[in-house]
Structures are given as C-alpha cells and as structure tokens.
Design a protein around this ligand. Structure first.
Ligand SMILES: [Zn+2]
Length: 448
C-alpha cells in the first residue's frame, strides 16, 4: 500500500489497527500523530477503544490551537507538540506501551540496537527519558530534551516508548523494529550472552546495496508459472507477517521460475502487504528494469546456481530463532520428530558469510541441510517450493521457541542418536554430508 496517498485520518487509523492487532498496545494505551504541511496536528483521541477506532474519531489540532473533531485529543498531546517544536524534520510520532519495551522501561535499561542491522539502521542509539506525570508539560519537556539532542527513539522511564519519523510509516517501523529488538534480547538472555555488530560489520551490510544490471521486462511474456509464483510469494509474505515470522522491515522471499529466472521481494518493502507486480524478476543475474530487489539477491542467486532442486529461499528474523542468532548458537532440532524431519541439522554461519563468502553459504544450505542460522542476521531456509520453504521456516521458529521455553523448566532433553537414525531410515532422509555432525555435547540437556 502507498501510505503517502492516504489522508492522515486514514493512515492513523490503519496504523493504530496494526499496532493493536499485533499486540503492541492495549485498548486504552498508545497514541499516534501526524503533523501536516500547514502545521495542523492529526492525533488519536483520548478515551476511545483502540480496537474500534475509525477515521471520524481522529482529532485535528490546528496550528492556532483550535481543536476540531468528535473527541478531545490524546492526553499525551503535550509531548507530541513538544517533540515537533524541537525537531522540524519529524512529521509523525508513535507512542505506546508494548510489552518488551515496557520491560526495558521498568528495568531502566536501553536496548543496544546493534543487535541486528535493521534495528540499528532504523533506530540508531536509543535514549532514556526520566519519569514525568502522564500528560504533563514536565513529561513533554523531558522527552523533547532527548529529541533536541538528536535521538529519534526514546524509552520513557516506567512508562513506554516514543518514536519519531519523517512519516508515520517511518516512525511505526522504528517502533516495531525496536520492540522486536527488545523481544530478541529478552529471549537471548535465557540461553547466553547476546553479541553485537561491530562498526565494520554494519558497514559491510550498508555496502551490500551493490548496483545490479537491468533488463527490459515485458509483462506480456509472463507465463502461467510466473503468475502463479508471483501470487504465491505475496500470500506467503503476508502470512509470514501475520504469523510473526517477518516484520515490516525484515524478511526476503524468492522463488525459482526456471533455470535462468527467479522472483524476489523488493527493497524496500512493507511485509504487511505486497502486490504481485512489486516483486522483482532476476534473469541471468540482471534485474527487471526500474525495480530494486532485496539486498539478499546475490545470496539467493548463488543458492539457485549451486542447488538445482531448490525452488524457494527465505531469509527471516523471527524472534525465537533470532535469539539463537544473536548468541551465535545453532538451533537443536533433536527435539521432536517434526523438527528433525523437516529442518534436519541446522547450520551456523558467521555474519560475514552472506556478504563475502557465498561459496560457504551454498555448501551449507542444501536440500539435505535446508536451514542455517546467520549470526546477528536471522535464519535462511531453502525448499523445493514456496510452501516447503515456508514450512521449514515455521518449524524452525517453533523449534527455537520450544527450546527457549524449556529453559526455565530444566532445559530440553535431546532425542538420542538412535532415534535420529531411525527417523533417517523411516523417512528416507539421507545423511547430511556437507555439514558437520551436531556436537555430542549439544544433544545433552542443559540441566536436569
Ligand atoms: Zn503512554
């Protein structure tokens, strides 16, 4: 969807619905605003159920202070106003009390967004504003002080978070990515010590926006297979977002059309909704003219070149799998038969692999070992079809969650090698050759 074409009333309602639906606010908490070019502020109302908000409920506070609308503006209007007063570059503010960010807020801690690239790129360094009474000028001043210092995202002591952006979608992406970052950090601490990206690694990611040659795409030549794959990819991207496997800013899907062509999601992309015509065709290493493929295009191309039976590839940063990725640990699939049968032994590759060592990537990600953890960069899975790859991603994320959830109750007890051998035989799995066997120690429970 092109949000820039929406009236602020509609954009505010759609964004609040999304925040509420994905459990990042309660019916009473949270408020959003947009400042238009006339200096009028469009803001969510006070005392209206966030689950049933409509465009008519949005309040407009004119530049001269007049209030227009059916309701009073949010009680937090003073701090929205204070932020816009000190930062001319910000035109939208998102404030809410999502659980993981509130955990940081009440622990008086700030998340380090160098945990993964998208968190750093969208939020940079996060500030912490001291406590103030909700709705007070004092709170507004304390928050505005942090914005005046140049921060875009601020944790509010014993309250929640506030993110500012050039557009509402920009502010929302910061907000959502920061909540994901906090969730990953909280989960990661149950299995180890999270590690952070260095300046050099962050630069490596930025440099991956390499140019790629174009070819003139002719839509009249589109085959039924291409149409089918375009529609399948869109449905699975949206499903992945709904299932919490993708976020607005993370996740790349691709599908092979034939030996010379594949389709890949564009950059940038809001994974909440994607249209078939937005996908980018890559043909013989060149992109469809006028479109920008995901920056993961080179690693996907390498896998298709090396593995002729792979039909789809996905990169994603789901929260539980990410907890392992930031602790530089692989995910044990010796947990339940489903995990081992679908995902097999999961690899663990250094952060740099997808940027400068594609040969190692293609040796690690094969039909016999279709999933790998990328340190501080999520997971990558391959399958013979879009559905098969999606299924592996889902099973991998569920396995990661189950292993994490087993920690407080004594850690998981891994299935024995005898059970694994039996599964390999029963399901005709074939032994993984390119990947080293899982170290013996990892198969033991952490504690009993
Ligand atoms: Zn609040």
């Amino acid at each position: 969807m092109r949000y820039e074409y929406l009236h602020p009333r509609d954009e505010l309602v759609l964004t609040m619905q999304r925040i509420y639906r994905y459990k990042m606010t309660t019916t009473s908490g949270g408020n959003l605003s947009i400042l238009d070019e006339n200096g009028d502020m469009w803001i969510t109302p006070t005392g209206v159920d966030k689950g049933t908000l409509t465009p008519n409920d949005i309040v407009c506070v004119r530049a001269d202070g007049r209030v227009e609308g059916l309701h009073q503006p949010s009680s937090e209007y003073p701090f929205h106003k204070a932020i816009y007063a000190v930062r001319r570059d910000l035109r939208a503010v998102v404030h809410a009390h999502p659980m993981a960010l509130v955990a940081f807020s009440i622990a008086h801690k700030v998340p380090d967004t160098r945990l993964f690239h998208q968190a750093w790129r969208s939020n940079g360094t996060v500030a912490f504003a001291p406590y103030g009474t909700p709705g007070s000028e004092d709170l507004g001043n304390k928050i505005a002080q942090k914005y005046a210092e140049g921060f875009d995202s601020v944790i509010l002591e014993n309250h929640g978070v506030c993110c500012g952006g050039a557009t509402l979608q920009d502010a929302f992406q910061k907000f959502e990515t920061l909540e994901v970052c906090c969730k990953v950090l909280i989960k990661a601490h149950t299995i180890g010590e999270p590690k952070y990206l260095t300046d050099q690694q962050l630069q490596l990611q930025s440099k991956s926006d390499s140019p790629i040659e174009s070819f003139e795409y002719d839509p009249t030549m589109m085959t039924i297979r291409e149409k089918d794959l375009r529609n399948q990819l869109c449905k699975f991207v949206e499903r992945g977002y709904r299932q919490g496997l993708l976020t607005t800013t993370t996740g790349t899907f691709s599908a092979r059309i034939d030996s010379e062509k594949f389709l890949i999601t564009p950059y940038p992309l809001d994974r909440h909704s994607v249209l078939p015509e937005e996908l980018v065709m890559i043909r013989k290493g060149k992109k469809e003219f006028g479109k920008h493929p995901s920056r993961a295009v080179f690693s996907h191309q390498a896998i298709y070149d090396a593995q002729p039976t792979v039909g789809a590839v996905i990169n994603a940063c789901p929260i539980n799998a990410m907890a392992f990725a930031v602790c530089h640990r692989t995910i044990d699939t010796y947990t339940i038969p489903e995990s081992y049968v679908f995902v097999r032994e999961v690899g663990l590759l250094p952060f740099e692999t997808v940027f400068n060592d594609l040969a190692t990537l293609t040796r690690a990600l094969t039909p016999q070992s279709p999933a790998t953890v990328l340190c501080n960069n999520g997971v990558m899975v391959a399958g013979e079809s879009v559905l098969a790859a999606f299924d592996k991603l889902e099973v991998l994320e569920h396995s990661a969650e189950a292993v994490l959830d087993a920690q407080p109750i004594g850690g998981h007890v891994a299935m024995s090698q005898q059970i694994i051998d039996d599964l390999i035989e029963t399901f005709h799995l074939g032994r993984p050759s390119s990947q080293p066997a899982v170290p013996r120690a990892r198969r033991k429970p952490r504690s009993r």
